[in-house]
Design a protein around this ligand. Structure first.
Ligand SMILES: Nc1ncnc2c1ncn2[C@@H]1O[C@H](COP(=O)(O)OP(=O)(O)OP(=O)(O)O)[C@@H](O)[C@H]1O
Ligand SMILES: [Mg+2]
Length: 258
């Protein structure tokens, strides 16, 4: 992931993150050009969610830096900064909608607070983003409890797009969905990536999703990115760790200690 002629949209350099002296991530380096899509795979607890929370500024780094368009956004002790977070759209692992707000209000929330828009402007923007993902104004009046898990992910996607982020971070956008719904959500994400030239980092456990969504795929293991390549190479690589993970073999070099 090097040989960049232009300034990368996102550059992660030497990222390190620990909790209570337990190193979760170390020596994480990658860069992405505008409009490119990286998928990160890795076992449960390998640090995938922590990585994108560090990138977005939700967690402060112990070491390293995050750059967007050549501008350093974060370094040690400089974590959650409101301005920094406006560069990133974050779709959380479980959609994380507000139960007490209807779907339009859920999508308008980010615009109202992050962009300090008026109620009316935020609502109009929400309707625009909802229509982008195929949700009508009438449906927008429903509440999260009225709709399926798959549709909740669609609403979360619309909400992620309201702030027109430079980089979108998707944490397991299809986990818990049936294969057909997963395909639909992937298609929608891909449409948004292509039509808006979004730069995306997507975490998934699902190899079909990884193949569909990534221009490149990288694997996180023992706190660092141990492999990256084109999606086609996921099943062709000689890397034993990747082969074991992608094929779901129980026996192999991957340690299941923690
Ligand atoms: N706020 C926190 N404080 C302390 N430890 C944390 C915190 N957040 C995550 N961890 C630890 O960091 C490690 C990586 O967690 P993370 O949530 O990134 O895993 P993951 O790869 O996203 O797993 P999954 O696939 O199950 O979602 C785990 O051991 C977890 O317990
Ligand atoms: Mg996670």
């Amino acid at each position: 992931m090097s040989d960049f002629k232009e300034t990368p949209r996102l550059k992660v350099t030497d990222l390190k993150k620990s909790f209570s002296n337990k190193v979760i991530l170390h020596n994480v380096n990658f860069q992405l050009s505008k409009g490119s899509s990286l998928v990160i795979i890795g076992g449960s607890g390998s640090g995938k969610s922590v990585l994108i929370k560090c990138i977005s500024g939700l967690y402060a780094l112990d070491q390293g830096q995050i750059e967007v368009d050549g501008k350093i956004l974060t370094s040690r002790r400089n974590g959650a900064d409101a301005m920094q977070r406006r560069n990133f759209g974050f779709m959380f692992q479980n959609a994380a909608l507000f139960d007490s707000m209807n779907l339009i209000e859920n999508v308008a929330f980010g615009a109202k607070h992050a962009l300090r828009m008026t109620h009316k402007a935020a609502r109009n923007l929400a309707l625009e983003k909802l229509s982008l993902v195929g949700i009508s104004r009438r449906m927008g009046n429903l509440y999260p409890s009225d709709i399926s898990t798959g549709l909740r992910k669609v609403i979360a996607l619309a909400r992620t797009l309201t702030i027109d982020p430079q980089v979108v971070l998707f944490d397991e956008p299809t986990t818990g969905l049936d294969p057909l719904m997963s395909k639909k959500i992937d298609k929608l994400i891909l449409q948004c990536i292509r039509s808006q030239s979004l730069t995306a980092v997507t975490i998934t456990h699902d190899m079909s999703s990884a193949m569909r969504l990534g221009d490149r795929v990288a694997m996180l293991y023992n706190g660092t990115l141990i492999w990256s390549g084109k999606p086609d190479n996921l099943f062709k690589t000689d890397n034993e760790l990747v082969r074991q993970f992608t094929n779901g073999y129980v026996d192999g070099p991957i340690s299941f200690k923690d």
